[in-house]
Design a protein around this ligand. Structure first.
Ligand code: FPP
Length: 249
């Protein structure tokens, strides 16, 4: 089956429904520059970025994407001015106040990865409520990376595996990739097939370093607030023209 898309990307206008990336990871970059271009405060870019999230979730869900992992706040983002950090921390509750009913209607499940405990109480409360209210859904998993850092995730996995070895619950020879996977924050998810980064930057910024080992990378110059349904279609169409070899021929 083919999904018709309004995307005008290089005359490729159809999405193959049999080759939808099952898990898409996104680095939502360029909110600040989007705002600056319009002489607006940086936080206006983050607010607009929230609307882009809703559009992308809806389209991804319609296309049958199973999981979407969004980099909402990194362990390095605490270095930003306090007022900006406070603003970003309020976005999950604003997002969920506005969009949770629609997400529930669309059968979306909300999950998070990252150092959740160190988030402000009001952020945690909003997210916990959304996790709870969507836990019985079985549609798209909207996985929010909040206070997430991949190196910390890997170190946390090493620590929890080491504890098992120390307590003689695990033989060191039984440590393999599957076991390591099970100790990552993403243990319930398949690895992403596609990574999208907006705003023209081409780096991973400490995002899903283990999980992206075989993902296809897609970079666009669009700032995150400009990203929407058609931009997602373009990324998926580009993905569908890649040859994935996973190290084989
Ligand atoms: C990167 O743009 C964006 C962020 C660090 C924050 C992203 C957060 C959201 C879009 C909202 C999160 C909301 C929910 C619901 C989880 P930037 O500020 O680095 O942009 P710049 O590189 O142009 O300065």
């Amino acid at each position: 089956m083919l999904f018709r898309s309004n995307s005008k990307a290089q005359q490729r206008t159809e999405i193959d429904a049999d080759n939808i990336p099952q898990h898409i990871a996104i680095i939502m970059d360029g909110n600040g520059r989007w705002a600056k271009k319009r002489a607006l405060p940086r936080v206006a870019g983050h607010r607009e970025g929230m609307k882009a999230i809703e559009k992308v979730v809806r389209r991804a869900s319609d296309l049958g994407v199973k999981a979407l992992t969004l980099y909402a706040f990194s362990t390095e983002n605490w270095k930003r001015p306090k007022t900006e950090v406070e603003f970003i921390m309020k976005l999950p509750s604003q997002f969920l106040d506005t969009y949770l009913p629609g997400l529930i209607e669309n059968n979306v499940t909300i999950t998070t990865i990252g150092d959740f405990d160190s988030l402000p109480e009001f952020t945690k409360e909003a997210v916990i409520k959304a996790i709870d209210r969507t836990k019985d859904n079985d549609g798209l998993v909207l996985n929010l990376a909040l206070n997430y850092g991949s190196r910390k995730e890997i170190i946390d996995a090493v620590k929890s595996i080491s504890e098992l070895v120390k307590d003689e619950k695990l033989d060191i020879h039984d440590i393999n990739e599957e076991l390591f996977d099970q100790h990552l924050y993403t243990h319930n998810l398949e690895d992403p097939d596609l990574l999208i980064r907006t705003s023209g930057e081409q780096r991973l910024s400490n995002y899903l370093l283990w999980q992206l080992a075989y993902a296809e990378f897609y970079f666009t110059d669009k700032y995150w607030p400009e990203f929407g349904e058609e931009a997602l279609d373009e990324a998926i169409i580009e993905y569908q023209h890649r040859k994935r070899r996973f190290g084989g021929l």
